[in-house]
Design a protein around this ligand. Structure first.
Ligand code: NDP
Ligand code: 2IT
Length: 448
């Protein structure tokens, strides 16, 4: 399947050793596809068994979380932290709270995080964690008791120079506060070991907005480079209506686009006048359902119960910002039929691999999440710097740095893609550019 035999061996072994872990195997496959361009050029990659090592997490923590619900009943969940790779810095990556969470999903997310964090240019290794706990329908007190029980297990393994978690799907400001409070109590120190904290206790300005804003800064570069164009007058479709989707909607609109559709697990809403995303933010801050609540205020809004149908809406730019595998080959064909020019991932691997292949064969420019959604972890890195220096930058200062980081990520992905002869292949650029720094660090640090 690969030109290079070494890669065939790595892929076969990952499949054999991780049966059933389809999300993780998919992420490795996508990465190895790009490695086929470089492993033949540098024998040291095989000599030092770099790929054998990079596909195996340095450490996986798995533990039981027992907590009391509001009725006094003991509830039990699985907790995980995948400390994937620390070659270039402390493990860094979000925590996902969702009933679908399992080791395969967290290994895929942790693996992606290695290269994403490398692309930011900041010294952060890759990690991910979470639980099959469902925050939906739980009281604040239940979420607090759960977070405290989680941290009581995890805190031994964290530290500002060891492992620094943050938010992800199902884990926002509320969860970060409860987790951080418990960490501080147990560890008797305030080094700020979680990012995405509240602004009153060490959080960075712009972290809430960072992933969505960063995504739009990245798309601005795509528009400029490939189409000599801007966001002005573009129709944008954004899936999801959580943290990433919301602030992508805010920034795309600020840059002159019209966001015509958004979605959640129960379906999508669509309006030719543009979505009132401030109202969406209000609905979601009250943990409401988009269709139920949005239609109360705007009863004429078009809507549907299948989230996939959002990709049938005519747009110039599609920003999948909900979750993995939410855009398949059929959806990709619908986007093409309607004239979409750019698909840029705000979520982690929302596009299935055959959809991505279809984009490249049909002249839709695509950017992978590990490049275009790196703004969130980049500002997390800036939060770590501010905490270490015991100071706080303004919103404008952080936003400026975020924009510069996203422009640099685009530049390094684009220039690497050009170097390997495929200027429109930003996945190739992201994988190779992200890998090279980690490879260099692993080689320099010996066999550990
Ligand atoms: P949130 O929990 O804030 O929001 C997730 C949104 O996606 C919600 O609107 C949710 O719907 C919707 N959603 C979840 N699953 C599905 C599904 N199967 N079909 C349709 N909609 C769905 O998470 P985030 O915005 O933080 O994260 C979204 C994605 O972005 C994830 O892939 C995450 O890994 C990635 N990411 C997040 C970063 C961050 O800084 N937060 C940084 C980089 C990437 P509902 O409201 O109904 O629950
Ligand atoms: O997928 C991601 O990059 C995140 N969820 C953000 C991680 C972080 O450490 O800010």
């Amino acid at each position: 399947m690969y030109k290079n035999e070494y890669l065939n061996r790595i892929y076969a072994s990952v499949k054999e050793k991780n049966p059933e872990q389809k999300e993780f195997i998919n992420a490795v496959k996508e990465f190895l596809d790009s490695m086929d361009y470089i492993v033949g050029l540098d024998p040291d990659i095989e000599k030092y068994s770099i790929l054998e090592r990079i596909v195996v997490p340095e450490r996986i923590l798995q533990f039981r979380i027992s907590w009391l619900d509001d009725n006094g009943k003991v509830q039990v969940n699985n907790g995980y932290r995948v400390q994937f790779n620390s070659a270039i810095g402390p493990y860094k990556g979000g925590m996902r709270f969702d009933p679908t969470v399992n080791l395969s999903i967290l290994k895929f997310l942790g693996f992606e995080q290695i290269f994403k964090n490398s692309l930011t240019g900041l010294p952060m290794g890759g990690g991910k964690g979470g639980s099959d706990f469902d925050p939906k329908g739980k009281s604040d007190n239940e979420v607090m008791r759960f977070c405290q029980a989680f941290m009581a297990e995890l805190y031994h393994f964290l530290g500002p120079d060891t492992d620094v978690p943050a938010g992800d799907l199902g884990f926002g400001a509320r969860e970060a506060g409860y987790m951080y409070g418990m960490y501080k109590k147990l560890n008797k120190e305030s080094s700020g070991v979680l990012t995405g904290k509240g602004l009153s206790y060490g959080g960075s300005k712009t972290r809430t907005e960072a992933t969505g804003y960063g995504l739009c800064y990245f798309v601005e570069e795509m528009l400029k480079t490939y189409y000599n164009d801007t966001f002005k007058g573009k129709r944008v479709v954004i899936s999801g209506s959580g943290n990433v989707a919301e602030y992508a909607a805010v920034k795309a609109t600020e840059l002159g686009a019209k966001v015509v559709a958004m979605s959640d697990r129960k379906g999508y809403i669509y309006s030719e006048d543009g979505i009132d995303f401030n109202y969406v933010i209000e609905i979601k801050s009250n943990r409401g359902s988009l269709i139920d609540e949005y239609l109360k205020k705007y009863p004429n809004t078009k809507h549907g119960s299948n989230p996939h149908d959002i990709w049938k809406i005519k747009c110039d730019i599609a920003l999948p910002c909900a979750t993995q595998n939410e855009l398949n080959l059929e959806d990709a064909k619908e986007l093409k039929k309607n004239g979409c020019k750019i698909v840029s991932e705000g979520a982690n691997m929302p596009c299935e691999l055959d959809a991505v292949k279809y984009f490249s064969e049909n002249d839709i420019i695509f950017s992978p999440g590990k490049a275009s959604n790196a703004g969130g972890v980049a500002v997390s890195g800036l939060e770590m710097s501010q905490n270490a220096m015991h100071l706080s930058w303004t919103f404008e200062e952080v936003d400026e740095k975020l924009k510069e980081i996203m422009q640099n990520i685009f530049k390094s992905c684009f220039e690497t893609a050009v170097k390997y002869g495929e200027p429109k292949n930003l996945s190739l650029g992201a994988n190779i550019a992200g890998f090279l720094k980690v490879y260099d660090a692993m080689k320099a640090q010996g066999v550990i």
